[in-house]
Design a protein around this ligand. Structure first.
Ligand SMILES: C[C@@H](SC(=N)N)c1ccc(Cl)cc1
Ligand SMILES: C[C@@H](SC(=N)N)c1ccc(Cl)cc1
Length: 407
């Protein structure tokens, strides 16, 4: 979310409704007869599976109890994990991550957004005037694309930006993880904020599929589709200040953080990674008890908090004031402002003062726009990139919990 200084408008991410369409399979096409050679690496591990394959190869119906045995085996088969690097744009305004769609693979770079649940991309179905440098998805150039007839999508983001279009099922690969028949939402229209963002070819939602906007049947996110193949149904974020970070799927990298992970339960009732922080502190003072309910949101740039907390923070920053022309608090770029600390269960997360120094608002670099701003009008706080990039964060769908650790 490019909640850039002057765009601190209160609007809402789209909300969608219930269940998603099953990812569907396609049968084997054509036939081939191959001279068999013994596979030296083949290790016979599962009788029922081998038996089932024999039945299948000769077209014999598989007895129900054998099918059940095979299903049990497949469920317990070793799972996968994956990692992909994400790159910070100027001022860490958004983090862009490569994905591949279709056959042969079409490479795009998109914004992984834990605050929404649509995977949508610039496409050949858009008017040329709305494309300015972005890579586009061409479903007609993919042998595995299949139009989801009659389906459409439309989404509006917190900063007022929006996009809409139709839907294809196609193969999507992130790192070494592949989902066949992922719903890929092809844009037909995008708002100017996207057109004027040349490096961003779309968004990949990592929120809960309950707010996917595809109609008439909402679709699953990539993570929802891939998680059954993961060692464990979680992903982690390791966003960095002005440097490449990473998203990992299916595992917690012990080398990626220091100290303990503080766990807190997730409220996904609004489709977000929601949690409640027990309090906050400015600088080195002790934590003040103050419940802060918000979402962990990689798609929002700043840390948006209740007005009272924002005022308490900036009251301790020399020369800080609310500048209506900038749409937020600004303050002299030096000295470095105090740290901001928020609680996570019985742990704490420290946002260093130099991260609160979000960006200079003038070329003379005298005054800076604050990375902490008010959440007025949103209805919840948003722990965006300013909060996330100081931590290693575990988005655990299995335990429905968030884990925050220092790094
Ligand atoms: C590409 C930007 S559109 C804009 N430049 N305002 C964007 C919008 C919404 C999200 Cl969640 C993430 C990024
Ligand atoms: C949930 C995010 S939008 C997103 N990350 N897709 C949001 C909602 C409302 C406002 Cl005002 C600002 C940001």
């Amino acid at each position: 979310m490019l909640l850039y200084p002057t765009l601190l408008t209160a609007a809402f991410a789209a909300t969608g409704m219930a269940a998603a369409a099953p990812a569907h399979t396609t049968g084997n096409k054509g036939t081939a007869s191959l001279v068999q050679v013994r596979n030296p690496n083949f290790e016979f591990r599962h009788g029922p599976l081998a038996l089932a394959k024999a039945y299948q190869k000769f077209g014999a119906p598989i007895p129900e109890d054998l099918r059940a045995a095979v299903a049990r085996f497949r469920r317990n088969q070793k799972r996968q994990t994956g990692t992909v690097e994400t790159d910070a744009e100027k001022h860490d305004v958004e983090y862009l991550t490569p994905i591949s769609i279709g056959t042969p693979p079409q490479d795009l770079i998109v914004d992984f957004d834990t605050g929404s649940s649509d995977l949508w991309v610039f496409s050949t179905e858009m008017a040329a005037k709305d494309i300015k440098g972005q890579a586009v998805y061409d479903p007609n150039n993919s042998s595995t694309s299949e139009k989801l007839q009659g389906s459409t999508w439309q989404i509006t983001y917190g900063d007022g930006s929006s996009s809409s279009g139709d839907v294809y099922l196609d193969t999507v690969t992130i790192g070494n993880l592949t989902v066949p028949n992922q719903a890929v939402e092809a844009a037909k229209k995008v708002s100017d904020e996207f057109t004027d963002d040349p490096n961003n070819d779309g968004l990949l939602g990592l929120g809960f599929s309950s707010i996917n906007t595809v109609q008439p049947t909402p679709q699953n996110t990539f993570f929802d589709n891939v998680k059954k193949n993961l060692d464990t149904p979680l992903f982690t974020t390791d966003l960095k200040h002005g440097a490449p970070g990473s998203y990992n799927f299916g595992y917690i990298d012990p080398a990626a953080y220091i100290g303990n992970i503080s766990w807190t339960p997730v409220d996904n009732s609004q489709g977000f990674w929601g949690f409640t922080s027990p309090g906050y502190a400015v600088g080195t003072e002790t934590l003040r008890n103050h419940s802060i309910s918000g979402i962990a949101d990689t798609g929002t740039t700043l840390l948006l908090l209740p007005k009272s907390i924002v005022k308490a923070y900036y009251s301790e920053v020399q020369g800080a004031q609310y500048d209506s022309s900038q749409g937020g608090y600004v303050f002299p770029c030096s000295p470095t402002p105090p740290d901001f600390v928020f609680g996570v269960n019985n742990g704490i997360v420290t946002v260093p003062g130099d991260m609160v120094l979000y960006a200079p608002i003038d070329s003379a670099n005298q005054n800076c726009f604050g990375g902490i701003q008010s959440d007025t009008g949103i209805g919840f706080s948003i722990f965006g990139d300013v909060a996330l990039k100081t931590s290693f964060v575990v988005f655990d769908a299995g335990g429905l919990q968030l884990g925050w650790a220092a790094k």
